[in-house]
Write a protein that binds this ligand. Sequence first.
Ligand SMILES: [Zn+2]
Ligand SMILES: [Zn+2]
Length: 576
Amino acid sequence: MTIPNTEIRDMFDQVADLLELKGENPFRVRAYREAARVISGFSEQVEKLVKGGGDLTAYRGIGKDLAGKIQEIVETGSLKQLEELKAQIPESLLELLQIPELGPKKIAALHKELGVKTLADLKQAVEAGRVSTLKGFGKKSEQKILESIGRTKKAGGKRMLISDVEPYATALEQYLKDQPGVKQVAVAGSYRRGKETIGDLDILATCGEGDEEQVMDAFVRFEDARDTIAHGKTKSSVRLRSGLQVDLRIVPEESYGAALHYFTGSKAHNIAVRKLGIDRKYKINEYGVHDGENRIAGRTEEDVYAAVGLAFIEPELRENMGEIEAAQENRQPGLITLNEIRGDLHAHTSRTDGRNTLLEMAEAARDLGYEYLAITDHSQKVAMAGGMTEKDLREHMQRIDAVNEQVEGITLLKGIECDILAEGTLDLPDTVLKDLDLVICSVHYYQRLSREDQIKRVLRAMDSPYCQILGHPTARLINTREPIDIDLEKIIEAARERGVVLELNAQPDRLDLPHNYCKMAAELGVKIALNTDSHSIEGLKRMKGGVTEARRGWLTKADVINTRPLGDMLAMLRKR
Ligand SMILES: [Zn+2]
Ligand SMILES: [Zn+2]
C-alpha cells in the first residue's frame, strides 16, 4: 500500500480539527497543524523516507511522538488516534466544518454554549438569533452562516447528483484544457466511475515543465470558484459557489496513467490491482508500477493494467465486483453505449403531466435519431397528473395515430404508464390495455406497505399478461425518498419466469433499477428497457445518465431491448 504525502497531511489536519472540536489544549492542536504543514512542504515521499530508515525528527516541527505516528500511518495505512477521535465526536458535528464561516473553535463554542449538534440545529439557532449572542459571532456572520447552510443542503450536506455535477466537470475540464502549457486533463474519482452521487471532483492534469504555477493560478481563478481551500504547486483545491469542492493535481506525464488509475478508484478496485502487483513483486502507486527501482509502467492506464496481466477495465466497472477476474479471463462485457439506443419507451406529454405536445415530443425524438418513441402517459389513479380513464386513453390513441400519419421518420407507440393499485390490480381494464402497443406498470402510491404486502402487490401486477414492463421498480428518489421495501431478487426471478422487462429509469434522481440489480437481472437473462421517463423534450436528452448506470450494471447492447429495431424490440415484449 502506498500513502501519498497529501493523505498523511490530511490525517493530521483532521486530528487537529477533531482535537479543536473537543476543546483540547491549543498547543497540541497547533502541533498537528504544524506537522500537516511540514508534510505538505516535503518534496520527497514521506513513505520512502520512513521505509528507508530516515530520521523524521530531523525536520523542524516533527517530534518523536509525531514521527511515531507517521510511521504508524505508513505501516498500517491508518492512524488509531484519528479513528478513536472520530468515534468520540458525533459525525453530525463534522458536517458543520463544511460551513466556511465556521472553524473547529467556533463549532466547539456552538456545541458547548448552544447545544448545536447538526446543521438543522445550527439553522434553528441562527434563525432564533441565538448565535449572534455568542462571543466571536455577529449579526453579519449569522446571515452568512445561514446562506452557507442553504448551499450545503443542496451540495455538501448530501452528495450531489452526478447530473448536477456534470456541467461543472465539463466546464472545468474545458477551461483547464484552454490554459497555456496544459497537455492532458481528466476528471477522475467517482465522477469518472459514473456514481449516482458525487462528493467532490478530482481533476488531474499534465503540463509543460515550469507551467505548473500558472496553471494552478488559473485554476483558483476559475470564475465559479468561491473559496480557495489550498493553493500549491502540484495540488490546489477550491470550493465552487454550489458548494462543490474541486481538487486539481498536476502530475508528471510519465505518471499520468498511474495517477488517473489511482485517483479514479474505487479503493477496493485499487487494492485488488495492487495485490496483483505484489504477486509479481511490483509496487503500484500513483506514480507508476515499480519493479525495484525501475518504473515499468505509468504513462497510461492501459500500461498499468497490462503490467499486472489485465486488459483495460472501464471506469464504470471498477468496484471490485468481479471486473478483475473478468479482465484476467478476457470475458469483459462490451458495455452499452448511448449511440446504440434506437428509441425511448417511456414518455409523458401535455395530455397528463408532461410539458410538450405529442407532436413536439415526436419531432424531438426523431431529431435525436430515434426510430421510435412510446407515449406512456398516466392512468386515472394519478389524478394529480391528469391521469386518463379508458375513454380518455382511446381518444389519446387516436391522436397518436394522427401524429404518426403527420410526422415522418419516427414511429410513436401507443402506450400507458398504468398505475399498480394498492392490492396489485391494474388501474385500467384489460379491454383497453389489449389495444395498446406497450404497457408499463408502475408503483406511485402506497409506498410504505410492509415488505410482504409490497412484494405480493407487485407480483400480482406482474401476473397480469398485460404487464410488459415494470416501471422504476424501487420507486426510489435519490437523496429524497427511500426505495419501497421489496425483495428485488424475487422480483427479478418473477420477471424471468413471466417474461416481464424491467425498466432502468434514467431520470437523474431515479436511476432505477439500480446498477447492482441490473447486473443481477442480466445474469438471469431478464431484459432491461432503458427509458428517460421524460416529461419534456429536454427530458428526452437524459438518456446518457441512464446509459452510465447501465454500464455500471455491466449491461451490454443485447441486454437492453430498445437497442433493437422496432419490430425486434416489440417481439421481445411479453405476449398477451
Ligand atoms: Zn412513474
Ligand atoms: Zn412516467
